[in-house]
Design a protein around this ligand. Structure first.
Ligand SMILES: [Zn+2]
Length: 311
């Protein structure tokens, strides 16, 4: 059930069934269930709504979430993207990101066409501090009958940017981000925003001017996937692996004029405390220019390490 806090305008998803989830989390870390007990290991799920690879050697599958935060009867959908058949998947494998984005974009198009659905989100939680409950590589899709305030605010900023002459939605978003450009090519810009929500946050901004990832072309999706790979390796190369979230902001074309769909990659090294809850302000310890320089250095270090190891 969706309930809106009239004081802040923020939504709460009240889902008591979530308390029934197996949660192998304790003492600040995830407990690996192992392949035998892992719900994402094994054969294709009988209710899979999308797959990649062959039936007997699948590489990705999208399945209904066994503990949905919002059900179809409540006007939503909640699905799990099992992003790798391997229990110990590798986020530095570029193929994982490409495979996932291609499948996610297609599935989001199908969910957007569902009557009553107004917004479809995708997010990946990696590690304890990012809120993950299972170690097997996976992400989630959530279809909502309402547009969350965060997405509505980003869209409003995009429209204001276009009205003041930004040229295109991606340029409006990049200008709104401020901060510093980490990498840039013809298809994608990676930006360290001026006001990150967590230390080291970066945005992957495609330059296709589309509000929804569902309309993105294969070339754009592959370029965004390559950016996710490069960010991951850049972080790993500079600080080592960190817990992190990847979140998508996207709206159907009918809703999203002014929004450029994009991804935000958020390292998670701490948990929100009283200051954040009281003020909505986030305390970060790195300016945008520091983040971009660290990521570029980290990527170089990572690539040199690969050269040395001959891989
Ligand atoms: Zn597994």
């Amino acid at each position: 059930m969706i309930v809106r806090d009239a004081t802040t305008g923020l939504l709460s998803l009240v889902a008591p069934a979530r308390s029934l989830r197996p949660t192998p989390r304790k003492h600040g870390h995830l407990v690996d269930l192992g392949t035998q007990a892992c719900p994402f290991c094994g054969d294709l799920h009988p209710d899979a709504v999308a797959t990649a690879g062959q039936d007997d050697s699948w590489t990705l599958q999208i399945i209904p979430n066994a503990f949905p935060v919002l059900t179809a009867a409540e006007g939503g959908r909640h699905e799990v993207v099992v992003e790798d058949s391997a229990h110990d998947g590798d986020w530095t494998d570029p193929e994982v990101h490409t495979r996932s984005l291609l499948a996610v974009a297609k599935r989001i198009g199908e969910l957007e066409a569902t009557p009553g659905v107004r917004c479809v989100l995708w997010f990946r939680n990696v590690g304890y501090l990012a809120g993950a409950s299972l170690t097997h590589p996976h992400s989630q899709l959530l279809a909502l009958p309402q547009v969350p305030a965060v997405v509505a605010n980003i869209t409003r900023a995009g429209r204001q940017g276009l009205a003041s002459g930004s040229g295109s939605a991606w340029q409006a978003l990049e200008q709104a981000a401020g901060g510093d450009v980490v990498w840039d090519d013809e298809q994608v810009s990676v930006v360290a925003p001026a006001a990150p929500q967590t230390t080291g946050e970066v945005w992957v901004v495609p330059k296709d001017g589309r509000s929804s990832i569902s309309g993105a072309g294969r070339g754009t999706l592959e370029a965004v996937a390559a950016s996710l790979h490069r960010i991951t390796c850049g972080v790993w190369g500079s600080t080592g692996p960190v817990d992190h979230n990847v979140v998508l902001h996207s709206l159907p074309a009918s809703e999203g004029e002014g929004l450029q769909w994009h991804l935000r990659w958020l390292p998670r090294r701490g948990i929100p405390a009283g200051l954040e809850l009281a003020t909505g302000c986030q305390v970060v310890t790195e300016a945008a220019t520091q983040t971009s320089a660290r990521l570029r250095d980290g990527w170089r270090a990572w690539a040199q390490g690969l050269q040395k190891s001959g891989t």
